[in-house]
Design a protein around this ligand. Sequence first.
Ligand code: FES
Length: 140
Amino acid sequence: MHLRHSDADHGPKTVDVTYIVEDPESLIDDEHFTGDDPTATEHTFKAAKGEHLLEVAVENGINIEHACGAVCACSTCHVYIEQGEEQLSEPTEAEDDRVEEAPGLQRNSRLSCQCEIEGDGPIVVRIPAWNRNAVKEVPH
Ligand code: FES
């Protein structure tokens, strides 16, 4: 599904967001990738306050799954926040309910489409290897 971008008027891209991609081969889209080495597992991009972690990843060529189009109606965009949790918007009740359905739930689990960047960073996000098949593995 097409990604709905946040409507906020974003300021300058000053916030460092690092994505640790456990399975770069499956999640990195070479055509849109803006980093240096698509085979590496760690990538840092500049983001603006007001952007969501999902859109920053996708804009830079890291294809976190987002089956519902970023409207908090699935849990395929599930990630772990390794650093900078306090720099992100608080989870809403809807996100808390939804993330509980995600596989591999941890204390630092968030839905990346619901995490708006509020602080100055740095923020570190881990994308588990199983994210790549979260949609495809759903039985028909
Ligand atoms: S993309 Fe569906 S909840 Fe984030």
